[in-house]
Design a protein around this ligand. Structure first.
Ligand code: SF4
Ligand SMILES: [Zn+2]
Length: 106
């Protein structure tokens, strides 16, 4: 996936988590901060458009607290993406398959 595609997918996942799990009508400040952080990391990703999915990235550039926050979002939103955004979910799965087996939880 390209950086722009990844940005769109991560935004959908964070918004889904905030709306459905946290029951917020609009994106809360904690999720907004996570989204801004994730987009910034993606903009600075050293792999560019040839990047692996962040979950399988060998260097994983997230700082520990943000990584933990993202793991929580992914645990909820990951399986639900197939229902809400099947195209994005399948693209993401395909990208992971192309990048080998799971190495970490996010
Ligand atoms: S975790 Fe890896 S793939 Fe994701 S933005 Fe950071 S360096 Fe790039
Ligand atoms: Zn939220």
């Amino acid at each position: 996936m390209t950086i722009e595609q990844e940005k769109r997918v991560v935004e959908r996942m964070i918004r889904l988590y905030c709306r459905k799990y946290e029951k917020n009508q609009t994106l809360c400040s904690a999720c907004k901060a996570l989204l801004d952080y994730a987009h910034l990391r993606l903009s600075r990703c050293k792999y560019g458009d040839a990047k692996p999915t962040c979950r399988l990235c060998p260097i994983h550039c997230y700082r520990p607290d943000r990584r933990k926050q993202m793991q929580q979002v992914m645990r909820y939103a990951g399986p639900r993406m197939l229902m809400y955004y099947p195209k994005d979910a399948l693209m993401h799965l395909w990208s992971e398959l192309m990048n080998g087996r799971n190495r970490c939880s996010y």
